[in-house]
Design a protein around this ligand. Structure first.
Ligand SMILES: [Mn+2]
Length: 328
């Protein structure tokens, strides 16, 4: 995307904000670090521009992000159904309309909506769209928007932007870690953000409950005979027995994938109603989006998911077999 196009998009976003007084800010279901940070950062910008914002997410919020200022003001439809009024909607980090989940029931479909996102599959569902697939995280776009508005993030806002960058780049390790990402991160460090504290909290530390869940899963790690497929599973009682919550499942699938020679890693999770959710990760040879699609799911070429009928054993052998065929 050319510099001119980028400036034009940012102009349109600021004009959209200026034209309305109050906003509903929403991100995707099962929000990650970028989703929560983007929600908070755009709300900070709205307030600085003299606007009102209410933040609502469909899902339970990940507790490890509680240190972010404003986190407790994000309302979850899991706990309440707030009665709010607003002029317009801002969706951040949502690749399509459905990713907002149940929150869409709070506004009419023709509501004025500003769509700010970095997913390449974003279909431009907003009235105004700021979509930049080359951005590593939605907070990267929001950083530019803040600077474009002539503002400078304060320390707490800078922490949120850094959090989104850190989590969406896997700790500045994935291939989306561009020079621009490092430049922004450097400027955030200059504003007083402690990169080592955030990295320690977000990448190194885990709760004892998560560690127990990981132990449970690792004890079951299984490989195909040729060592190209690795999988593990979490039964429906395991979360409760470990005292863990669903955000603790994050990252476990990588233990199956990250073994030398493994092409596809799968985490199976039995749901309370006896169905099975599968998360797949590919080292590159298999298109796990296509495999997931053949089971009614979807995702990216290297990271996808689908929902399977129980019981667990049948679901596991069925999907493993499909992956085996895809690898031939
Ligand atoms: Mn993101």
């Amino acid at each position: 995307m050319s510099g001119n196009q980028m400036v034009q998009q940012l102009d349109e976003a600021l004009a959209f904000i200026k034209a309305n007084a109050s906003f509903l800010v929403v991100s995707h279901v099962q929000p990650d670090g970028d989703a929560i940070s983007s929600t908070l950062v755009v709300s900070w910008l709205l307030e600085r521009m003299g606007k009102k914002a209410v933040m609502i997410n469909e899902s339970e919020l990940p507790a490890r992000l509680q240190y972010l200022r404003g986190f407790d003001d994000i309302r979850s439809l899991k706990h309440e159904r707030p009665e709010v009024s607003f002029d317009a909607v801002i969706a951040v980090d949502c690749a399509d309309y459905r990713r907002m989940g149940e929150v869409v029931s709070m506004f009419p479909e023709n509501c004025r909506l500003l769509n700010i996102d970095h997913h390449p599959t974003n279909n431009g569902f907003g009235t105004v769209n700021v979509i930049r697939p080359e951005a590593a995280a939605t907070v990267e776009i929001l950083y530019d928007l803040i600077i474009h508005a002539g503002l400078t993030p304060d320390l707490e806002c800078a922490k949120a932007i850094y959090t989104g960058l850190l989590t969406d780049t896997g700790g500045f390790r994935y291939s989306n870690t561009t020079p621009r990402v490092m430049e922004i991160a450097a400027s955030l460090l200059g504003l007083g953000v402690s990169g080592s504290e955030l990295a320690d909290h977000l990448l190194e530390k885990m709760t004892i409950a998560k560690l127990k869940l990981l132990q449970t899963a690792l004890a079951r790690l299984t490989f195909s005979e040729d060592l190209k497929i690795g999988w593990l599973y979490i039964g429906k009682e395991d979360l409760a027995e470990c005292g863990a919550v669903s955000e603790d499942l994050e990252g476990i699938v990588n233990y199956a994938l990250n073994v030398d020679g493994v092409e596809v890693g799968i985490l199976f999770k039995e749901t309370s109603d006896g169905a099975v959710k599968a998360s797949m990760r590919s080292a590159g040879k298999a298109d796990v989006a296509a495999i997931a699609q053949s089971f009614g799911g979807g995702g990216h070429v290297r990271a996808s998911g689908c929902r399977l009928e129980g019981p667990l054993e049948g679901a596991m052998s069925g999907l493993v077999e499909a992956v085996r065929k895809a690898l031939v």
